[in-house]
Design a protein around this ligand. Structure first.
Ligand SMILES: [Zn+2]
Ligand SMILES: [Zn+2]
Length: 279
């Protein structure tokens, strides 16, 4: 199972000289299974470059699933610029939260409205199917890929995903805040024994995390403690605050490794193959 990171930032894209090593684009991760199932997680600004790459790698037809953790803007803002949606032969299943009184398709289409954009969601040539999922649902993609879904503690909710294929396990928990006394049990459930856990590490310090607890995010320290508790193979820090420059994020990695040595930074362009430590 191949994992590629296209956007690793939270809140707003921050391209520039201070973020060149980590990357400035917002959340987008691609998972590609050995049996050629394409799974895209989140459609932040990083999805634009993924789209260009997919068009080169699959010149005939692109078929895939796009899992939307939640519809905060940093997780959907790239979608109108994901050029495969302009390809008539392409087909995507968009998977996201089932919510009372709000249809996922309407929320996504709400980004394509004049005077903000000159084209509409309904006019996109690709075949787009929307699937709303509830708490604790399991999806089967292709013959061999199981995607387990759970709701995480975040304002308005946020889906976490556990993707299993051929014994390899990838867990994505991008936006979540833990209690002061206990971790979000759904994060632990999704992450248990995973080869790779991608976890929110928005805040650079615990003080900041405590001050802005209502934002619904974690610190790198909490990410490391979850990785320990869930006994994961490798932890990838993710969803960095736009205020953190490359030097700050690299310092955070050093600190995190003191708690959980098998930690890496999710960086734009990073490609990994799971399981990571095959003997
Ligand atoms: Zn976010
Ligand atoms: Zn969010």
């Amino acid at each position: 199972m191949r994992v590629r990171f296209w956007g690793v930032r939270g809140t707003i894209p921050v391209p520039g000289p201070d973020t060149i090593r980590i990357g400035g684009n917002t959340s987008c991760v691609e998972v590609y299974t050995p049996d050629k199932q394409l799974i895209i997680i989140d459609a932040g600004s990083g999805i634009r470059r993924l789209g260009q790459t997919l068009e080169k790698e699959h010149p005939g037809r692109i078929i895939g699933n796009i899992l939307i953790s939640h519809t905060h803007w940093d997780h959907i803002q790239g979608f109108p610029f994901f050029t495969p949606v302009f390809g008539r032969s392409n087909r995507f299943v968009l998977v996201g939260q089932k919510r009372v009184g709000q249809r996922l398709e309407q929320i996504l289409a709400g980004q394509f409205i004049a005077p903000y954009l000159p084209y509409r969601y309904n006019s996109l040539p690709a075949d787009l199917l929307v699937k709303e999922v509830g708490e604790d649902e399991t999806l089967i993609i292709g013959d061999n890929t199981v995607v387990k879904v759970a709701n995480l503690n975040h304002p308005g909710g946020c889906l976490g995903f556990r993707i299993e294929n051929n014994g390899a396990v990838f867990t994505y928990c991008s936006d979540v805040s833990h209690g002061d006394d206990a971790f979000d049990p759904n994060v632990l459930k999704l992450a248990e024994g995973a080869d790779l856990l991608v976890h929110d590490s928005h805040f650079g310090t615990t003080e900041e995390r405590n001050k802005f607890a209502h934002w619904g995010h974690s610190s790198w320290e909490e990410a490391a403690q979850v990785a320990l508790e869930a006994n994961v193979g490798t932890l990838a820090l993710f969803h960095y605050s736009p205020d953190l420059d490359d030097d700050s994020v690299e310092r955070i990695l050093d600190q995190t490794k003191k708690i959980f040595p098998r930690t890496i930074l999710a960086t734009e362009g990073l490609e990994l193959n799971l399981p990571l430590h095959e003997e």
